[in-house]
Design a protein around this ligand. Structure first.
Ligand SMILES: [Mg+2]
Length: 479
């Protein structure tokens, strides 16, 4: 059966940065959280957020924070937290800061430019900046902004620096993920927090039938993995069974990615009945397929894989899942970007507005060209003060006025267009008309990207994904 790509709904397509022929792939692996298991952020992230508020109050923050609420739509992936200044920023692919907020107060163009001087060539990375690169960390950014706001309004209530506030937020959220505050609640009622995708089983089944080995590498530990997998494969979680294990050839829990892709960590076998760990001394028994820890070498061996590019790994976290596995091991990668669905919807819905913006851009560019041409002519003849020069000068003046007002209109129209995507931060994949830093990372590290992994079902297991041809500005010389 041949499906033409144009027949697939754009929201359910797989987009290709780097050509990938599935015939060369012998094993397909998956991350669990936000990849195999899609959470309902309005429940799951709010739970994490509320538990974190309690931790902050125990750590000495005023009780007023218990009244905070979390607008889960306010922050987006790809933002960075400026830990020292108490700001949240959005960068383009050249690392220019294009949007910046102090708490929830937008910085003016001038404030932004004086703080984030492009000539300083900052990397905007740890330890001074924190990247919001998973859906789990949207709460970090939101809570940080709320506390910065509270501190600015009541300096007596929070006598801490932005850096100390950031550390408290991170530590408290981390604690919730580790001490069971979140996991126990999810385990009790997974349906409240996790979506079930009815296509999941078929997607994996079809890959297996095509001869691929299927594996999981998750940082979650066995007990939590077991509950989540039971739920997403349609089981009653009051009576956990091991049926879901049959969908996979190897399951690695507690993997400590990205370290899994680089360092030799101790490997344990997990006894699925008791959840107890058995030391393996690095020796893999062919009878067992559930592990904790270890690293890629043991996984390759267990799967019978001789080289990295025979693996396609699907995950949602650029840093944890995609960057190292591709860079260090040559694994082929697919990034799951849930937000892509809404981004594509807006792209299609506002395409006329985008066209009008481009027309305006063209008018501005033409004016620029005309002005430059006249100025060049004026410079050439500047020594002869002729009548023609005087009239050219006044033309330049009036064209410049027109260009400036067009530029202002362009700026307004760009801002308005971006607000169709997100009122505060604009389009996920763009800043202005440049690619955002997030988009640049997707382009660099994800061979493929898509809104959800079950979109694989729209393609044959032997499909050859082709990237668009690369272009540089000089390639258009013959147009
Ligand atoms: Mg994940």
């Amino acid at each position: 059966m041949h499906i033409s790509l144009s027949e697939i709904d754009p929201k359910n397509r797989i987009y290709c940065n780097r050509s990938l022929n599935m015939r060369n792939i012998k094993a397909v692996g998956f991350d669990m959280d936000y990849t195999l298991a899609l959470y309902k952020p309005e429940e799951f992230e709010v739970l994490a957020y509320q538990e974190t508020l309690k931790k902050l109050v125990s750590a000495g923050y005023p009780e007023t924070v218990l009244g905070f609420t979390f607008d889960i739509t306010h922050m987006i992936r790809g933002l960075a937290i400026d830990k020292h200044r108490g700001n949240i920023i959005k960068l383009d692919r050249h690392r220019y800061v294009k949007v910046a907020y102090h708490g929830f107060k937008e910085l003016t163009r001038e404030e932004r430019r004086s703080l984030y001087d492009a000539s300083l060539a900052q990397s905007y990375e740890e330890p001074d900046y924190a990247l919001i690169d998973t859906l789990f960390t949207l709460a970090d950014a939101y809570l940080f902004a709320q506390l910065i706001d509270l501190r600015n309004k009541n300096p007596d209530k929070i006598r801490k620096t932005p850096l100390e506030i950031y550390r408290d937020v991170r530590h408290s959220i981390d604690l919730c993920h580790r001490d069971g505050s979140i996991k126990l609640k999810v385990a009790k009622n997974p349906g409240k927090y996790i979506k079930r995708d009815p296509l999941l089983k078929d997607t994996l089944e079809r890959l297996r039938q095509s001869g691929r080995k299927i594996f999981v590498v998750t940082n979650s530990l066995w007990d939590y993995t077991h509950v989540v997998m039971n739920y997403i494969f349609g089981n009653d979680t009051q009576n956990l069974t091991l049926d879901w294990v049959q969908n996979f050839d190897v399951i690695v829990t507690g993997a400590a990615k990205p370290s899994f892709f680089m360092s030799p960590n101790p490997l344990y076998e997990v006894d699925p009945q008791s959840g107890l760990l058995r030391n393996t001394d690095g020796v893999l028994s062919p009878d067992s397929k559930i592990y904790q820890g270890g690293n890629f070498k043991q996984l390759h061996e267990r799967l019978g894989i001789s080289s990295g590019p025979e693996i396609l790994y699907v995950g949602d976290h650029i840093y944890g899942d995609i960057l190292r596995s591709k860079k260090e091991l040559g694994w082929r990668t697919m990034l799951v970007i849930n937000e892509l669905e809404a981004e594509l919807e807006a792209l299609l819905k506002f395409k006329d507005e985008f066209k009008r913006y481009e027309e305006l851009l063209q008018i501005k560019d033409d004016l620029d060209d005309e002005i430059q041409k006249l100025q060049l002519e004026l410079e050439k003849t500047s020594t002869e003060a002729t009548k023609g020069n005087a009239s050219k000068s006044s033309t330049v003046q009036s064209l410049t006025q027109k260009r400036d007002s067009t530029r202002e209109a362009l700026r307004r129209s760009m801002r308005k267009y971006h607000q169709n995507f997100h009122g505060t931060w604009g389009q996920l994949m763009k800043t202005g008309h440049q690619n955002s830093r997030f988009a640049a990372q997707v382009e660099n590290y994800a061979c493929l990207y898509t809104s959800q992994l079950t979109n694989l079902l729209n393609y044959s297991p032997n499909f050859s994904f082709r990237s668009a041809r690369d272009f540089m500005p000089h390639d258009f010389v013959h147009d």
